[in-house]
Design a protein around this ligand. Sequence first.
Ligand SMILES: Nc1ncnc2c1ncn2[C@@H]1O[C@H](COP(=O)(O)OP(=O)(O)OP(=O)(O)O)[C@@H](O)[C@H]1O
Ligand SMILES: [Mg+2]
Length: 360
Amino acid sequence: MQTLAIETTCDETAACVLRDGRIISEAIFSQIALHRRYSGVVPELASRAHLEKINHVVRAALEGAGIKLPVGKRPPTGDTKPHGVPKKNKKIFDAVAFSRGPGLPGAILVGRVAAQTAARVFGAPLIGVNHLEGHLLACEFRKGRADARLKFPLAALIVSGGHTELWRAGGYGEYELLGRTRDDAAGEAFDKVARLLGLGYPGGPEVERLALKAGRKKPVFPRPFLDGGLDFSFSGLKTAVAYYLQDNPRPGPAAKAAVCAAFQEAVADTLAAKAALACRKSGLKYAAAGGGVSANSLLRERMAASCASEGASAVFSEKKYCADNAAMIALAAQRRLESGRRLKHRVEVDPDLKIESWGR
Ligand SMILES: Nc1ncnc2c1ncn2[C@@H]1O[C@H](COP(=O)(O)OP(=O)(O)OP(=O)(O)O)[C@@H](O)[C@H]1O
Ligand SMILES: [Mg+2]
């Protein structure tokens, strides 16, 4: 089974050719340099950059897989009738997939149009994938192959720039939301705290790097536990850091490192405790974390330990696949096709797409 996938929900333009769970070729263009001066993603700039790069990225992924973009005969002038797919183009792909949400509307639309065009060119069905489901399934990749199959049922922690959610996943395509953030996403909190400290963007890797330099003495920030439920809240924690910096202005490198370490610990402890609580409440023996923040080493350590204390084992994706990529979208499409569930193959763009189970 061979799939072409396109990812454009935020600030990465990515394409991948996946064959039977093996990454044959992938191409990615990151817009980080473009957004860095604004300390965050500017939606209009993101859409324009996707538009500029999408053809190069898709072509590079295809060429990397030895697939030439088929060039059809130019229709006679004035001929507006749709032309059929040349026979040799058919059967190259079982599906063309793209992230249909959640994400930035203009950005997703660029991926949608590119995927639709590719689906036409290759005569393959178009599949719209939930980007967050992709973040979960990215946990299956090891050295370019989706060999590390998730064990179900599991508690899925999705922690990224725009989302912090806990789901019960009963199997591929069987999801139930257990909790979500009531305000900021964990990644957003990392980015905002980094900005307060005058660090670079994206903030997560900067905070993690600086935290390593912290000594033993550091402030203690609150762990927002919200009454033992499975929802999250990170805006109070971010405000606590802002107040701390008001009381301790102009921090030097050592003080900044201490703040980074204390903040990171508060986030990691909270996420790890909630993941373990989800395992306990739902009687789950497995947990998995995906999304950009799941690249954080302290979070991995704390979550592995907290889940183990509930008799559950936690898995994470390879760090490269925590951030946005097209391989995870291709894999989600392949798992869906393998399931035999015809699903509704929804292909409309939905910037607020929620996690939902596949149709039977
Ligand atoms: N090592 C790290 N520690 C903590 N946070 C990190 C780390 N690496 C990346 N992040 C954070 O992850 C976020 C980006 O993750 P990702 O690319 O999955 O989010 P997104 O695609 O923008 O949002 P979403 O997936 O919700 O649509 C940023 O907020 C970034 O600061
Ligand atoms: Mg993402």
